[in-house]
Design a binder for this molecule. Structure first.
Ligand SMILES: [Zn+2]
Length: 286
């Protein structure tokens, strides 16, 4: 089994975390990101059926995840969940069937889940409620739901809500984010997608910008124009701070970082995390 395959089981949040907290030191995890050549297998429940033998496919995923854990590369199972905006890729019945199965995988390898919920809150919550005790914790990332959706997710005390640029597009989005308690929130970029655009409601709170160049004129010192990049997680932080009227952005970042560590990187908590956070204050944010 190649190392490349192990990362297919995931870890997008690694990259954000690394860039967010350790600006200037993200090489290690960028390597993981770059080697993620395949699409995440769990994102496509169809793969269980298409494999011709769903049970064998499941066992292969268990082996893959265990191998990745041993190598220190896999910290979560994901993406898992339901997306009813994309029924053309996979009908809801099949999504539900294998969402259940994905909890079995998380339980088998004792890992938290990286979750996706789009326009499917009722079914998502039904399935999560039935399986919540099988999984340590999870984050419903790229959250774009309503205030009611948010409140339904928050009823599960082992579920966090993940915010990125897609969560900050409209005034209504900002209101929803305002109501997520910081101790139940994580932030991410969803790079290379979901950037905060000039037309988005959250843009007024963005303070950090980086020089950019078109991809044809690629420059190591610049971001690529039109591409969301991991360092932009700082902008997500700024918008969250802005709409929640939190003046102490560093304290907010610390809380969010600890939320992420608690779920995905428990070994990094405490003194090491604090040291990293302290050093990040001198990082090269323009
Ligand atoms: Zn997603």
């Amino acid at each position: 089994m190649e190392d490349d395959e192990t990362v297919a089981v995931l870890v997008r949040c690694c990259l954000d975390r690394q860039c967010f907290v350790l600006n200037g030191h993200f090489g290690l995890l960028v390597d993981r990101w770059k080697s993620r050549r395949k699409p995440l297998p769990l994102r496509k429940p169809m793969e269980f059926e298409e494999s011709g033998d769903p049970e064998r496919h499941f066992q292969e995923l268990v082996s893959l995840a265990k191998y990745g854990v041993e190598k220190g590369k896999v910290v979560a199972i994901g993406e898992c969940g339901l997306d009813y905006d994309r029924l053309h890729f996979c009908p809801s019945e099949m999504q539900k069937k294998y969402f259940e199965k994905q909890f079995e995988l998380a339980e088998a390898v004792k890992l938290p889940m990286f979750l996706h919920m789009r326009a499917a809150v009722e079914d998502f919550c039904d399935i999560f409620a039935r399986n919540r005790n099988r999984v340590i914790a999870g984050v419903a990332h790229s959250f774009t739901g309503s205030a009611e959706d948010r409140d339904k997710l928050l009823l599960f005390n082992n579920l966090f809500i993940g915010v990125n640029g897609c969560s900050l597009k409209t005034m209504e989005n900002l209101d929803v984010v305002k109501g997520i308690p910081v101790e139940r929130m994580m932030i991410e970029t969803d790079s290379p997608y979901c950037e905060i655009k000039n037309t988005h409601a959250g843009i007024n709170f963005v303070k950090s910008v980086w020089p950019s160049k078109k991809k044809e004129k690629y420059d190591d010192e610049c971001t690529v124009k039109g591409r969301n990049e991991p360092c932009f997680v700082r902008q997500v932080l700024e918008v969250v701070a802005g709409c929640k009227e939190i003046a102490d952005v560093n304290q907010l970042s610390k809380t969010l970082y600890h939320n992420t560590c608690r779920v995905f990187f428990p070994h990094d908590l405490d003194s090491v995390a604090d040291a990293l956070l302290s050093s990040s204050r001198q990082c090269n944010i323009p």
